[in-house]
Design a protein around this ligand. Structure first.
Ligand SMILES: NC(=O)c1ccc[n+]([C@@H]2O[C@H](COP(=O)([O-])OP(=O)(O)OC[C@H]3O[C@@H](n4cnc5c(N)ncnc54)[C@H](OP(=O)(O)O)[C@@H]3O)[C@@H](O)[C@H]2O)c1
Length: 334
């Protein structure tokens, strides 16, 4: 059923970790969003989170929150390895879902969840926050309108330094660079060059914690178009994105392209073709919440900004990269 226009949408969060706090902070500026329930594996943590971020209800288990009929949509904020199980629980309980990226560990899991949501007629969206940002949408509009001519190539990278003991180093939580960091360059390439490259070439270096520390990827598209993508753990932050068209380029140099609030397109004589500023209302997470709520109010089961088929296509590319490296998580049955 579509959410009523005049009612606040009641959010239930699954997992009281770092991103859940950031998302709650972003949501704090949205008057039509109610920070209704937080579910943690421990009651103490749930209560602490509820107090800190202004939630009405705290639950000491995920299952308990799903029994609450007043939760309109669940935000799944657990580690990637847990997404499949958590989303499945939500859908089985008849809840709409916004799930953190990467949607699942592999494309088979993602496809199964997408099919399940469609079959149950529930709203389902990957929390690919960047795709809801004003700058991302403007860049997409520029590209779609031909401002840069035809896109020929992209170079996108995301390296970061995660502290000792971080979940990114934990194989049992689907750690590694690719699913967490590599998601962004692949998502970016799929958005601007297409979700079905002709070929996916990659090389992966597995580090001492037995997860991928470095992934170097080439997506080859028809007509010699390419995306050269890389991600890595354990080095200083190194983040950039270049989009090269036949008439011009957009560059995010030494900056987080996936959370940019400004963009400028240049021609090859360095003349400005277009420029745009799209500030955040809070911290950038508010836009994906707005998108999910807009869909719920309109009775839509899928976001046009974050299409589920594109989400599955991204997972397929990530699968191919891991397949090329022979890297499979121990718990991967499906
Ligand atoms: N969009 C973004 O900018 C962004 C940024 C960071 C992370 N993320 C994504 O958000 C997800 C969570 O990342 P995070 O940084 O928030 O991680 P985190 O701080 O470790 O929090 C994850 C939470 O999941 C719950 N959980 C459930 N099963 C767990 C298990 N087996 N081991 C550990 N925790 C478990 C825990 O909450 P309880 O103990 O309360 O149940 C934990 O606090 C990941 O998918 C990540 O890719 C997205």
């Amino acid at each position: 059923m579509a959410a009523k226009m005049n009612q606040k949408i009641r959010w239930g969060y699954m997992g009281a970790g770092r991103i859940a706090g950031w998302f709650a902070t972003g949501m704090s500026v949205l008057e039509d969003a109610e920070r209704y329930a937080i579910a943690s594996r421990t009651m103490e943590k749930a209560e602490k989170f509820a107090k800190e971020y202004g939630f009405t209800n705290a639950y000491g288990s995920y299952e308990e929150m799903l029994l609450d009929p007043d939760v309109d949509i669940v935000y799944v904020a657990t580690p990637v390895a847990e997404h499949y199980r958590c989303v499945k629980m939500c859908l089985e309980a008849g809840k709409n879902v916004l799930c953190e990226k990467a949607l699942t560990v592999n494309a088979a899991q993602a496809k199964e969840l997408v099919d399940m949501a469609r079959e149950k007629n529930l709203f389902f969206m990957e929390a690919a926050w960047s795709k809801c940002h004003p700058v991302f949408l403007k860049v997409k509009e520029w590209i779609d309108s031909g401002l840069l001519g035809e896109i020929q190539g992209m170079d996108v990278r995301f390296y970061t330094l995660a502290g000792e003991g971080h979940r990114l180093y934990k194989r049992e939580l689907a750690g590694g660079a690719l699913l967490d960091l590599g998601f962004y360059p692949v998502m970016y390439a799929c958005a601007f060059l297409g979700k079905t490259p002709k070929q996916v070439l990659s090389h992966t270096i597995i580090g001492e914690k037995n997860v991928d520390y470095l992934d170097s990827i080439i997506l080859e598209y028809e007509g010699g178009k390419f995306a050269h993508l890389s991600c890595g753990l354990g080095s200083e932050k190194m983040v950039s994105a270049y989009i090269l068209g036949t008439k011009g380029r957009i560059a995010f140099q030494d900056e987080f392209f996936f959370q940019a609030t400004k963009a400028t397109a240049y021609d090859f004589d360095n003349h400005v073709l277009a420029t745009f500023e799209g500030p955040f209302l809070k911290n950038g997470y508010e836009f994906e919440a707005m998108e999910a709520m807009e869909c719920l109010r309109a009775g839509k089961k899928e976001s046009e900004k974050v299409p589920l088929d594109e989400t599955v296509a991204i997972m397929k590319i990530l699968d191919t990269c891991r397949g090329n490296a022979g890297f499979k998580y121990d718990f991967e049955e499906i």
